[in-house]
Write a new protein. Structure first.
Length: 390
């Protein structure tokens, strides 16, 4: 503004009006210090209470927890207008006191059950403050608790670890799959509340969106695994979901959704590229794959080696299309697929020096090809824009 004023491009009132349209950027270092300080204060209080827990009467314990929680929330409310960062620290302290109080009271009254139930109550108690204060840190804490609850409940309470890698030789029930995604309903309500809280945010929307997407995809994968009892079926479902997001994502968050789709296809595709995953008991649960396996076997192919190659080829073709559209993340996963099959096929039969040199040459060629595709795409876009201006 000063430079423009010196050259008399704008006058002083115009410069002042332009400056008023922008909010000065503020560093987040003080917020980090305040948040860490609140966490350490809460940890110190909890350590003191835990060290003297047996000597404190039960009524005094309850009063201490309530006073700490209510006092922190009142402080956050009073400081919100003129000390917003200190208000966020007080709110974070109150949330930690509330969660610690749940676990301490459960221990005091000898309440049984799995620890994930206490995490769910902790998350439920944070939702009102989340909607009242519209705080990004509070949302991230709630999302972390939601992730902890979902994984702790389904991998702990329902004991899925026996069905993680080897499927049961039973046909899939579509009714069980559809009803399994809405039963129980608490995780769905929890996800809906977190998405509503993210929608109300005025700042920190990008991290909140990423965390909500990770939560939602984690929920979908766990329920696919829970309903199908097959890691192959759940992984294939995530690959299909990723392909759908990568091809059909639109809107203001379309680029981000395409990135999530590429991650799903890449991560689960690399997992399914390993032949040991495609064992016969798993294929028997998926009727189309069972029929295809018998057909491939009759032609002289080994199904456990053929299925990974066909799936990887389909994913690589999708990645090539996305690379042509300018997706940088697709380049990373495409190179990972190339390196995986290269080292898996040739590393054991070649000298190490030659194997690494050829692997590097493949990456260089891939980089040059990607650069050429992007340049041609950019030139085509510039020519189209030039034609419109003419």
């Amino acid at each position: 503004m000063a430079f423009w004023q010196e050259r008399e491009l704008i006058d002083a009132p115009t410069a002042s009006a332009i400056e008023g349209l922008y909010v000065p950027s503020q560093g987040h270092f003080s917020q980090v210090l305040l948040s860490l300080g609140a966490l350490l204060i809460g940890l110190g209080i909890l350590s003191f209470v835990a060290a003297n827990w047996d000597d404190i009467p039960k009524l005094a314990r309850v009063i201490m927890i309530l006073v700490g929680y209510v006092g922190s929330l009142l402080s956050a409310w009073r400081l919100e207008a003129f000390q917003p960062r200190l208000s966020r620290a007080c709110l974070l302290l109150g949330s930690c006191v509330y969660g610690a109080g749940i676990f301490l009271l459960a221990q005091m009254f000898h309440e049984g059950g799995h620890w994930s139930g206490a995490v769910l109550w902790w998350l439920t108690g944070l939702l009102p403050t989340l909607f009242l204060f519209n705080d990004a840190l509070q949302l991230l804490l709630s999302q972390g608790l939601a992730l902890l609850y979902v994984n702790g409940h389904y991998f702990g309470v329902e004991a899925l670890d026996g069905a993680l890698f080897w499927a049961h030789a039973e046909p899939l029930s579509w009714k069980a799959i559809l009803t399994g995604f809405v039963s129980p309903v608490w995780p769905l309500l929890m996800l809906a509340a977190l998405w509503c809280a993210w929608y109300r945010l005025e700042e920190g929307r990008a991290p909140g969106f990423a965390a909500n997407m990770f939560l939602t995809l984690n929920y979908v994968f766990i329920h696919a695994l829970r309903c199908s009892q097959s890691l192959i079926a759940a992984s294939l479902a995530m690959v299909c979901l990723g392909a759908f997001l990568a091809l059909f994502a639109r809107g203001s968050r379309g680029e981000s959704l395409v990135g999530w789709g590429v991650c799903l296809c890449g991560v689960f595709g690399l997992f399914l590229a390993t032949p040991w995953v495609w064992e016969e008991p798993a294929l028997q649960t998926l009727c189309p794959f069972d029929v295809a396996a018998r057909w491939l076997f009759s032609l002289g192919f080994e199904p456990t080696n053929t299925f990974p190659v066909l799936l990887s080829l389909a994913i690589c073709l999708l990645l090539l299309r996305l690379i042509a559209q300018g997706s940088s993340l697709s380049v990373v996963f495409f190179c990972l697929f190339v390196l995986y099959y290269y080292f898996n096929s040739f590393y054991a039969f070649m000298p190490k020096a030659l194997a690494f040199s050829m692997g590097g040459a493949l990456l260089v060629l891939a980089g040059l090809w990607v650069q050429r595709v992007r340049r041609s795409r950019r030139d085509k876009k510039d020519s189209l824009e030039g034609g419109k201006h003419e």
